[in-house]
Ligand binder design. Structure first.
Ligand code: FBP
Length: 341
């Protein structure tokens, strides 16, 4: 005979590990915080849900890439001349499809698309996305990520998309975030009211709040820069790297921006991709790599600069514009800028 458990009468179970609360689901969190959004009418909430859904599909494919021939290059290059990996292209398809279906986004800027994609709908939002960041690490099972920035369109809905809708200042973002496909998969985002992190629970297929109100320590002991390019660094950058060594900081460089940023966000640290002799304007792209992480860093008490100015104040002149990037713990970025200037 099946014995029914009346929870009220067995408090020990309710407080025991087996009944441990699984936390706040992303959907619930978005709903509970929707009134924080300017123009809170549910569209931005739905847009965030669409991104979360697409990231679950990409996560599934990343996890089994080696089993379903998703490793390696597709044999074509994106407009930056980077060899496109199969997962780059697949992630771009998954996010573009989910956002097109959702109908909240009228235009999409992607690392994998030369020009912006007009989604021909009544959407009020514009998104800039790096569908899969850290391409050099895809085939070697090292953490990779997705980075996204969300803006409101400036021109009236259902009129042709204009340059002003696309080339917006980072400070005009209404939301930004990243997904980290690492030892666990996390979605971290801000809507301008602090930063929250959610961990994916694959058996339930849902993200749960695991890192509320994330704060980046003002100081850290980790520096992340590709010292393999040391010889092409400008002298001031070399002096700052020497400063980090003199301070006995630890060097950590995964080579996946999202993973390096996330670690520094939790532990304190600085990530630098400077302008070099090879990449005069740096390597990273302002619109779909740097703006989102700069917004999150600032919302978590950190800082982001190109060495001269605040990343969020840089007026983009083109979709795939590059910038030098100094991001992380406030005191460390300030010190780096003092060396650079
Ligand atoms: P993509 O892989 O999306 O092009 O991103 C650029 C990136 O891979 C960052 O994730 C990473 O921090 C950096 O480039 C690594 O560059 P490098 O190999 O020159 O150090």
């Amino acid at each position: 005979m099946q014995r029914s458990i009346n929870i009220a009468s067995t408090p020990s179970i309710e407080t025991s590990r087996i009944a441990q609360s699984i936390g706040t689901a992303l959907d619930r969190f978005i709903k509970n915080n929707q009134n924080q959004f300017a123009y809170a009418s549910g569209e931005l909430s739905q847009l965030l849900r669409d991104i979360a859904l697409a990231s679950k599909v990409v996560n599934r494919e990343v996890n089994k890439a080696g089993l379903i021939d998703l490793m390696g290059a597709v044999g074509s290059q994106n407009m930056a001349g980077d060899e496109q990996q199969k997962l780059d292209v697949l992630a771009n398809i998954r996010f573009t499809r989910a956002l097109a279906k959702g109908g909240e986004v009228c235009a999409l800027v992607s690392e994998e698309s030369e020009s912006f994609v007009d989604l021909n709908n009544e959407g009020k939002y514009v998104i800039a996305i790096d569908p899969l960041d850290g391409s050099s690490n895809i085939d070697v099972n090292v953490s990779i990520g997705t980075i996204f920035s969300i803006y409101r369109r400036k021109s009236p809905v259902s009129t042709p998309i204009r340059e002003e809708d696309i080339l917006q200042l980072g400070s005009d973002q209404v939301a930004a975030g990243y997904v980290l496909y690492g030892s666990s998969t996390m979605l971290v985002y801000t809507t301008g009211h602090g930063v929250n992190g959610f961990t994916y629970e694959p058996t339930l297929g849902e993200y749960f709040l695991s890192h509320p109100h994330m704060q980046m320590p003002a100081e850290g002991k980790i520096y992340s820069i590709n010292e393999g390019s040391y010889n092409s660094f400008a002298e001031p950058v070399k002096r700052y790297v020497q400063h980090c060594k003199d301070q006995n900081y630890t060097a950590r460089y995964i080579g996946s921006l999202v993973a390096d940023f996330h670690r520094n966000m939790l532990k304190g640290g600085i990530y630098i991709y400077p302008a070099t002799a090879k990449d005069k304007f740096g390597k990273l792209r302002l619109m779909y790599e740097c703006n989102a992480l700069a917004y999150i860093a600032e919302q978590a008490g950190g800082m982001a600069s190109d060495g001269e100015q605040r990343i969020l104040d840089i007026k983009p002149g083109s979709l795939h514009q590059r910038t030098a990037f100094y991001v992380g713990s406030k005191n460390m970025v300030e010190t780096a800028i003092a060396y650079i200037k």
